[in-house]
Design a protein around this ligand. Structure first.
Ligand code: SF4
Length: 66
């Protein structure tokens, strides 16, 4: 599973890293860190990754199952 956070959509609400801090983290300005870089979700963190993506009001987090 991979996730990508779109920097053009991320508005820094912080819901993703509040709900799933094991997957998402803030940068210094409160936006989700590691934006625009597809990254692998670590084994065992898939449910958190999905929860965080679903919590994003901007739809900024894309999850791919490959
Ligand atoms: S919830 Fe969405 S808009 Fe808010 S910080 Fe996370 S990715 Fe960005």
């Amino acid at each position: 599973m991979k996730l990508t956070i779109d920097s053009g959509l991320c508005s820094g609400h912080g819901r993703c890293y509040s709900i799933a801090p094991d997957v998402y983290e803030p940068d210094d300005e409160g936006f989700a860190d590691h934006r625009d870089v597809a990254r692998e979700v670590l084994p065992g963190h898939e449910a958190s990754a999905r929860e965080g993506a679903q919590s994003c009001p901007e739809g900024a987090i894309e999850i791919s199952e490959d």
